[in-house]
Design a protein around this ligand. Structure first.
Ligand code: UDP
Length: 239
């Protein structure tokens, strides 16, 4: 039988782009399905799973405001985009028989549950996947920060950053430099000082201040999420 996973409760953060496939925009249902399979494989181990999904495949506040939109309005649009991604993931997970709740930081009771911490914890205890949508509910933040915030609130033991096209944290961009080196382990302070591409700085600071490890791995490998949970495969541990 497989080894007992080292983590009982985790946060999985993926970007919105992880759901768009090769389309360059929006949602690609077969890709959503594939990511849902990755989540199910970990859920099958008995691990309690929180998820935060970005919205960049649909709308980013910064790009809206760069084109003349008022920043906070653009950010709310970005938060709404994350709700669409969360609903797509919920649908895919439930199609695989994994019970799941979408919990929104912005109230929209017909669509998703409001965020009530104790209620979310109860869902996790009942082995329901909790997808935290609408970011933190505040403009000027990102879904990385939402992932770090909810991971702390839910007492997750680690944040798993599922990336596309890269399998960890490198000293320089591996797509541009053939001699780029992947770290097995890197400290929070080094991430911040060297501006390594892990999460944005406020999210890293929030993880550091609560000593919450961040595991950066590739979402491209089938079974990758489950593998990293078992301590296999390549990944970078930030702590
Ligand atoms: N956003 C926000 N507050 C939050 C989380 C997200 O205002 O707490 C907005 C912000 O405009 C951001 C957009 O939602 O650009 C989409 O989130 P993000 O860029 O983090 O998505 P990702 O890059 O992970 O797909």
């Amino acid at each position: 039988s497989p080894a007992k996973p080292a983590f009982k409760r985790v946060m999985l953060k993926i970007s919105g782009e992880a759901l768009m496939g090769d389309q360059g925009f929006g949602l690609h249902p077969p890709t959503v399905q594939r990511v849902a399979q990755e989540v199910k494989a970990v859920h099958d181990l008995g691990v309690e799973i929180c998820m935060v999904i970005g919205g960049g495949n649909i709308f980013r506040g910064l790009s809206g405001s760069a084109q003349g939109m008022e920043r906070t309005t653009a950010d709310y649009m970005g938060m709404l985009a994350t709700v669409m991604n969360a609903l797509a993931m919920q649908s895919a997970l439930e199609g695989l028989g994994v019970f799941c709740r979408v919990i929104s930081a912005i109230r929209m009771d017909e669509v998703a549950e409001p965020y009530i911490r104790r209620r979310a914890v109860r869902h996790l205890e009942k082995k329901r996947v909790c997808i935290f949508a609408a970011g933190t509910g505040n403009p000027y933040f990102t879904t990385d920060t939402a992932a770090a915030l909810r991971a702390n609130e839910m007492a997750c033991e680690a944040i798993f950053m599922g990336k596309n096209g890269v399998d960890g944290v490198y000293d320089k961009d591996p797509k541009k430099h053939a001699d780029a080196k992947r770290y097995d382990h890197v400290s929070f302070d080094d991430c911040l000082a060297k501006n390594l591409k892990v999460m944005d700085a406020s999210a890293i600071a929030l993880a550091r201040d609560n000593n919450l490890p961040i595991m950066v791995f590739s979402l491209d490998e089938p079974g990758g999420f489950r593998g990293v949970l078992a301590g296999e495969g390549t990944y970078t541990r930030v702590q």
